[in-house]
Each structure stands twice: as C-alpha cells, then as structure tokens.
Design a protein around this ligand. Structure first.
Ligand SMILES: NC(=O)c1ccc[n+]([C@@H]2O[C@H](COP(=O)([O-])OP(=O)(O)OC[C@H]3O[C@@H](n4cnc5c(N)ncnc54)[C@H](O)[C@@H]3O)[C@@H](O)[C@H]2O)c1
Length: 373
C-alpha cells in the first residue's frame, strides 16, 4: 500500500503521525511511505531520518495526498486539506467529528474512509488511542503545577518536595482515572503529600494498591473537598464523565478557601473543566489568576512535549496502521472489532451513531462487511 504522512499544519501542532521507526516497520512489511518534507522536524526527526528508514520525501502536502491510498495524520484535516482527500482514500487520525460540522460535511463530501483514533475501542470499553495523551497530560500537570508554584510566576514560592527540615507541599487530585493516577505518581515521586479523590471505589482501591502509602485516597464529595482545600498548594482537575461536561467540583465560592499563590491545573478543561473559574488557555498564555490562585488550563497539554507525545501516540497507533496497510481497511476492520469502532464516515455515509446524532444527519448503521464497497 502507498501510505502518506503529511506535515501537521493545525496551529501549534508539533507532533507527527509516524516516526522513522514506524516507517521502518511499514517498509519491512512491503509498503511505500510518502513523507512530506519537514513533517517530523518539530518532533526531532529529519527528512534524512525518514529516508534512512525507507521513506520517500515529497515536497508538498498535495504530492503526498495525491498518491497515497491511506493518509495517517495526528489532527483532523483543516480547511486547506479538505479538497485533498479523495474518494476511497483511507484517512486515519484524530477527527473529533461531533464537535465540528464543517469538517464532518467535508469528509462526507470527499467520499473518503474516515477512521477516528478517538473512537477505536477495546472490548473493556477503554480507548487505547486516547490513553497515551492522558498519560502525558497527567504527568505534565505536576511538572507545570510545580513550576507555577514558584514566586517569579506568581506562585506561593513552594518547592513541592520540600527539603530536610521543611515539609513538602500538598497536592489534591480530583479524579483517579488515567490522568489522575499519572499525576499522583509524579507528585508522590517528588515527595509531595498527595490526596486523590474519585467517586468510583474501584478506582480508589486500585490507587491504594499501586501507589505508595503517602498517597491518600478519599471519596470525592463537596464536603470532603471543602475540608481539605484550604491546605492545598496544587489542585489537579482530572475528572471525566464520558459524553458529558465535567462537573464543577470546585465552584467559584470555594476558591477563596485556597491561599494566594496556590495553583490549579485543570486538565479536564477540554470537557469544560471541573474548576468553575477555569477557561481554556494556550501554551503561549497558559495561566491567569483569580482570587490570587494561579489557573493553568491549557486544552492541549501534550502539544508542549511533541517528542514524548509523538512516541507515546505512535507506539499505540502503529499496530493499527500496520493492520490497515497489510489488510486494507475492510479486512482489517472486519478482523479487529476494536479498529472497526473507529469507522466514522465511509464513502459519504456516517457509520458512527454519535456523529450522526450530533448534527441530526442520517446514521447509515454499522458497516456491513459482507458488502464489498
Ligand atoms: N488538557 C489536555 O491536554 C488533556 C489531555 C488529555 C486528557 N484530557 C482530559 O482529562 C480528563 C480526564 O481524562 P482521563 O483519561 O483521566 O479520564 P478517565 O475516564 O480515565 O478518568 C476520569 C475519572 O474521573 C472520575 N470522576 C467522575 N466523576 C467524578 C467526581 N465527581 N469526583 C471525582 N472523580 C470523578 C471517574 O470515576 C474516573 O475515574 C478528560 O476530560 C480528558 O479529555 C485533557
């Protein structure tokens, strides 16, 4: 198969969809890989790295899209890319269709086969191509929180780990899912006092089993949050209710309970945030202050560490890319139920119920693999 890897052109996107290591694997499987020049530059991979792994470098995005039978990207196509998609071409990337009607219509019109990373789903209902970015964001939350506790950036002037004779800082993590557990692990590693809350007792048992004893688990309730909030130096928002806006666990009136210079990092800001005073920020302007509390609410945290994020993402996407390349999308999706959940739009028809519902469009039903498209 001819596989195309265009350079990401969405603002501030520095990741690339396949690493030179991934190209090497695809090449060994007998495929031709077209890489747009400089596609990997922001992630630390040169054109020469790709060529040595077996790729052919193309000078423009159009030259990649024109010949590729499958395009592998990171972010959804943006407007200038819509017209490059071709009927029957497979496009494998994050799409997030339900939040973008223009994109949805453009991909319907293109008659391409759109397989979305974010809806690939394992039998246990976990989302294997979202997990790596949550892992990155969870670990980064503590790194950023520790930084913004420093005085020159308006923090309290606290070293999270303390020093001999000086107690460490207090960290409260709301949500014990992927983001929360990774944040707890990092904070505990620094020596901070960590409290992690969830409404799911199973998650709290899991945390209790795997993290050190100085990580305290606590049931999440307004009462418990109000009790311990005044002592916290750093609060991480890591709550998710699938398909819904995040609940506001720290409301506007609770903020004055925190000391000036404390920090909140609301990772859940992409779902509305679980701290009421949060609103999305960017890497250029990551923080703002309300009632003396520093708010960090970057909606695309992994974008700041493209090298790590690219490797984390491609470790998980590559096995699926190889299946799609070796078998073609129909056979690959027929053989692998997790991958078939990623099918969103097929030859102009919506094959994912939530996407159709989001815009009141016709849902064509799950793809019938007995039919040859
Ligand atoms: N900002 C970013 O760059 C970025 C990156 C990755 C993920 N995220 C977001 O981070 C959030 C968390 O993602 P995740 O992968 O950890 O989700 P997850 O499903 O693994 O974990 C969410 C946890 O929240 C818990 N929860 C639900 N209601 C709660 C409540 N009232 N109190 C406490 N806990 C509650 C759930 O039981 C679950 O354990 C999501 O909104 C995700 O989109 C943001």
């Amino acid at each position: 198969m001819i596989i195309g890897i265009p350079k990401e052109i969405k603002s501030h996107e520095n990741r690339v969809s396949v690493t030179p290591g991934g190209v090497n694997e695809l090449h060994k499987n007998g495929h031709t890989i077209l890489v747009e020049t400089q596609a990997g530059a922001a992630s630390g991979f040169s054109d020469q790295d790709y060529q040595q792994a077996g790729a052919v470098i193309r000078q423009t995005a159009a030259a990649v899209w024109a010949d590729a039978e499958m395009i592998v990207k990171v972010k959804e196509p943006i407007e200038s890319e819509y017209s490059l998609a071709r009927p029957g071409q497979t496009i494998f990337t994050y799409f997030h269709f339900a939040s973008n009607q223009t994109l949805t219509q453009a991909m319907i019109d293109s008659h391409a086969i759109c397989i979305a990373y974010e809806t690939v789903e394992l039998a246990d209902r976990s989302l294997p191509l979202l997990i790596p970015m949550s892992e990155v964001a969870g670990r980064m939350a503590i790194q950023q929180g520790a930084r913004y506790l420093e005085k020159p950036v308006m923090g309290r002037g606290i070293l999270l780990g303390g020093v001999p004779g000086v107690p460490p800082g207090n960290v409260l993590i709301l949500g014990a899912g992927i983001v929360g557990v990774q944040a707890a692990k990092m904070a505990a590693g620094l020596g901070a006092h960590v409290t992690i809350m969830d409404v799911n007792a199973q998650r709290l048992r899991h945390v209790n089993d795997i993290l050190p004893p100085h990580v305290i688990t606590m049931f999440s309730s307004e009462y418990n949050i109000r009790q311990i909030l005044p002592l916290q130096d750093l609060v991480v928002g890591a709550v998710l209710i699938p398909g819904a806006k995040a609940p506001h666990l720290i409301t506007r009136d609770m903020l004055p309970l925190m000391r000036p210079g404390s920090v909140v990092v609301d990772v859940a800001v992409d779902q509305g945030g679980c701290i009421e005073t949060c609103k999305p920020t960017t890497h250029e302007n990551p923080t703002f202050i309300v009632d003396g509390v520093v708010h960090y609410c970057v909606a695309n945290m992994p974008g700041a560490v493209p090298y790590t994020s690219t490797l984390a993402l491609t470790n998980c996407t590559l096995p699926y890319i190889i299946k799609l390349a070796n078998k073609g999308w129909q056979q690959a999706c027929n053989d692998h139920a997790d991958l078939s959940k990623g099918l969103n739009i097929i030859h102009g028809q919506i094959a994912h119920r939530e996407v159709a519902n989001a815009f009141g469009l016709e849902y064509a039903g799950e793809y019938d693999f007995t039919l040859q498209a």
